[in-house]
Write a protein that binds this ligand. Structure first.
Ligand code: CUA
Length: 309
């Protein structure tokens, strides 16, 4: 999994990276020059030759160089800004609404046809080559969405919406992270970004529109009863079941996600059970309460949740 602004996989990140290179080159050049002059001044400090003439030439040359340097930075910024504004223009974007919560990400794929809305959490599946427009909101405090391989940071602010445009180019698995201190578990507020070929994305989208799979074995059925009939359903939703809470992440496809608890744990059975059993030990301060379950009930619950893919 990759999380690096120096390895762009999308147009916006590539434009910012080019601008970074320009700034690094120009400022590095001037830093080198300053050191050079400093060394030269120390070396020549005792010589007493025609200083005034040299000073005049030196200052004029220095001013000219600075003017050129600042002009390149200004023009570079201007053209980077224009390129960012026009990246992906003219293509119909994929529209997504993301809402930051303490401490996870709610993701809603929007469509003109409301029955084609897909809701998930802590992951973004994106088709390569298609522009994406994300509307950003927050339900509690200020967060910031940062997908370094695809774009710069954008804040999510309670009471107003902001937006972020992406144009992924390379398929791959990337990591994104909340980039604004938002409380105890700020460091554990990551999300998985999966850039896929358009065909794979369409497959994922089609599957996500289906209701959750029906439990088959007795253990899965017991788990279904626990998840939809007891405390879990008060906070979590599973499409096609009586669970429709909206406080926590949607669980309809939880087994297909790469990670649990907003990027904190690998999505394997042992961690799933520990997370359900001791949420406050794994993520202190999170809004996930401990649900009293005995060992059999815990196994049944994880057996059912594992069918949700
Ligand atoms: Cu959300 Cu930091």
């Amino acid at each position: 999994m990759n999380q690096s602004a120096l390895d762009p996989a999308g147009d916006h990140a590539a434009i910012i990276y080019q601008l970074f290179d320009v700034f690094l080159g120009i400022t590095g050049f001037f830093f080198f020059l300053v050191l050079l002059f400093l060394g030269w001044a120390i070396w020549r400090r005792d010589r007493d030759d025609d200083r005034e003439q040299k000073l005049r030439v030196g200052v004029a040359g220095w001013a000219a160089l600075i003017t050129i340097g600042l002009s390149v930075l200004t023009l570079g910024s201007y053209f980077a800004d224009r390129s960012l504004a026009f990246a992906g223009a003219g293509q119909k974007p994929l529209r997504i609404k993301m809402t930051a919560q303490q401490w996870w990400w709610e993701v809603e794929y929007q469509d003109d046809n409301p029955s084609k809305t897909v809701i998930t959490a802590n992951e973004l599946h994106l088709p390569a080559g298609r522009p994406v427009e994300i509307e950003l909101a927050s339900d509690d405090v200020i967060h910031s969405l940062w997908i370094p391989n695809l774009a710069g940071k954008q804040d999510l602010i309670p009471g107003r919406t902001t937006d972020l445009a992406l144009l992924p180019r390379q398929t791959g698995h990337f990591r994104a992270q909340c980039a604004e201190f938002c409380g105890l578990q700020h460091a554990h507020m990551a999300l998985d970004i999966l850039v896929e070929t358009p065909a794979r994305f369409a497959t994922w989208y089609g599957r996500s529109l289906q209701p959750a799979p029906v439990p088959v074995t007795d253990e899965q059925k017991r788990g279904y009863a626990i998840v939809t009939g007891r405390h879990c359903a008060g906070c979590h939703a599973i499409t096609g079941t009586p669970a429709f809470g909206t406080v926590g992440p949607d669980l309809t496809r939880i087994a297909s996600r790469a990670t649990l608890a907003a990027g904190e744990l690998p999505n394997v059975r042992s961690w799933l059970e520990r997370w359900i059993d001791e949420p406050q030990a794994i993520k202190p301060g999170s809004h996930m309460p401990r649900v009293p379950l005995d060992t059999d009930e815990l196994h049944a619950t994880s057996a059912y949740l594992e069918t949700l893919r």
